[in-house]
Design a protein around this ligand. Structure first.
Ligand SMILES: Cc1cc2nc3c(=O)[nH]c(=O)nc-3n(C[C@H](O)[C@H](O)[C@H](O)COP(=O)(O)O)c2cc1C
Length: 197
């Protein structure tokens, strides 16, 4: 790989953002299929390719699901102290106007009906491929972990057309970004150990 391509790839990795504001424009099927093709090229355990994908392009249904997701996530997050001591961090999930999907027009679900120690890893690696591909195609994306519990309710899976054996592992919204998204900061790299001979 030329050094120019190396720099470009590193720029892509660092340039991706979690986008939380979208235009009303929809994404076409051909583009979504390109993203899914990028997703399936992720490394995965034993190359078993245990993932499966579902696409939801229905803003009204997503808004309804958001309303179901908020109290479920609030209860779970409060119980597990995901607010890390900031007692207001979860307040947004009690705001009736807040949509956990940020009014995005497309939700992609990376799912699996398989069990095993690496199923989650495989799906998450596919997710990163998909989000990087979205970024280079000029699209925004954001993982919506707060909707996982609601998405895995039997009635949600039935609404989407997923079998009950299917588990949603990664929900990712997609859309055309409206405006710029600032980079979120990162702490310095911490190397906990480096043993060498
Ligand atoms: C497992 C997981 C769950 C996430 N869930 C949400 C979510 O529910 N809502 C949201 O706005 N962002 C969510 N995010 C996005 C993170 O907030 C985001 O990746 C982080 O703040 C770093 O910002 P960046 O992606 O722009 O670098 C999630 C990310 C991960 C990996």
């Amino acid at each position: 790989m030329t050094s120019e391509r190396q720099e470009k790839l590193l720029e892509v990795i660092k340039g991706r953002r979690s986008v939380r504001s979208y235009t009303a424009e929809d994404i076409d099927k051909a583009t979504i299929m390109r993203l899914l093709d990028a997703a399936i090229h992720a490394p995965n355990a034993l190359n078993e390719q245990v993932w499966s994908f579902a696409v939801v392009q229905d803003r009204a249904w997503l808004k309804q699901l958001s309303d179901k997701a908020k109290p479920l996530f609030y209860a779970e997050a409060s119980q597990k102290h995901l607010d890390r001591g900031d007692s207001h961090a979860l307040d947004i999930f009690t705001n009736p106007d807040f949509n956990v999907f940020y009014n995005a027009g497309t939700l992609i679900l990376i799912c699996s009906d398989k069990q095993g120690p690496f199923v989650q890893a495989d799906c998450w690696l596919a997710a990163e491929n998909l989000m990087l591909a979205a970024y280079v195609l000029g699209l925004g994306s954001c993982i919506i972990g707060s909707a996982l519990e609601a998405l895995n309710l039997p009635e949600s899976k039935a609404d989407i057309g997923l079998t009950k054996e299917m588990t949603v592992v990664v929900p990712i919204i997609l859309g055309i970004p409206s405006g710029e998204t600032a980079a979120s900061s990162r702490r310095n790299v911490e190397v906990s150990a480096w043993r060498s001979s």
